[in-house]
Design a protein around this ligand. Structure first.
Ligand code: ADP
Length: 212
């Protein structure tokens, strides 16, 4: 496994923005409530790649009452992560679909160091190189608690209750923040301030990717 930055076909300049130009295998990470889903949809549309959200796939399974959904729900409702083995298999299968061949934006995966390793393996097996760029939405915790409580009231997402939100933030801090260092060392992490307006955040993400 190499920790060298992956440069894209178009951009090998040392400038961070230029280095991400042409990037097609993207990750978006950030705390619960950071706005990942909203931004992922916009960025993926702009680049004509699929946005793949593990949370959305789990929720779709929960509403269809599949076996995977039943299992996932028992973790999601407590604010815990679904076990890595389950999540990794699900992502492997999703990334093998035709629409993800020329790129994708993964939202909510990887979330643990084990998942980082699994994703490296999946991409290596696919023979298409590694992750090109990781977009990190930075937000402050108090503000996201308020956003999520509001979303829970509006949309009735069963894991948007104050107690579960606090647990999700704890789990994020424990298990997901270590990923920031990993991708930073690879030279592909781009931090973006997620506390500005939705449009401003989108603009900055696109500019980091050299798509503006
Ligand atoms: P948020 O980022 O606001 O927590 P998501 O929709 O991304 O929302 O995830 C909701 C829940 O789905 C998580 O709390 C977790 O239980 C489960 N989940 C999503 N992605 C993963 C993952 N990569 N690994 C394990 N569990 C996950």
């Amino acid at each position: 496994m190499t920790d060298q930055p992956t440069t894209s076909a178009q951009g090998s300049s040392p400038e961070t923005s230029a280095a991400a130009a042409g990037a097609r295998r993207l990750l978006i990470i950030g705390a619960p409530g950071a706005g990942k889903g909203t931004q992922a949809g916009r960025i993926a549309d702009a680049l004509s790649i699929p946005a793949i959200s593990t949370g959305d796939i789990f929720r779709a399974n929960v509403s269809q009452e599949t076996e995977l959904g039943k299992l996932a729900k028992s973790y999601m409702d407590k604010g815990e992560y679904v076990p890595d083995s389950v999540t990794n298999d699900m992502v492997r299968s999703r990334l093998s679909e035709e629409d993800a061949r020329d790129g994708f934006l993964l939202d909510g995966y990887p979330r643990t160091l084990d998942q980082v390793e699994a994703l490296d393996g999946i991409l290596e097996d696919g023979g298409e190189g590694g992750v090109d760029a990781v977009l990190m939405l930075e937000v402050d915790y108090d503000a996201v608690i308020q956003r999520l409580v509001a979303r829970g009231a509006e949309q009735g997402r069963s894991d948007d209750t104050e107690e579960t939100i606090r647990r999700r933030l704890e789990v994020y801090a424990e298990q997901t923040t270590p990923l920031v260092d990993v991708y930073e060392r690879r030279g592909i992490l781009h931090r973006v301030n997620g506390m500005r307006s939705i449009d401003e955040v989108t603009e900055e993400l696109l500019s980091v990717l050299g798509a503006r």
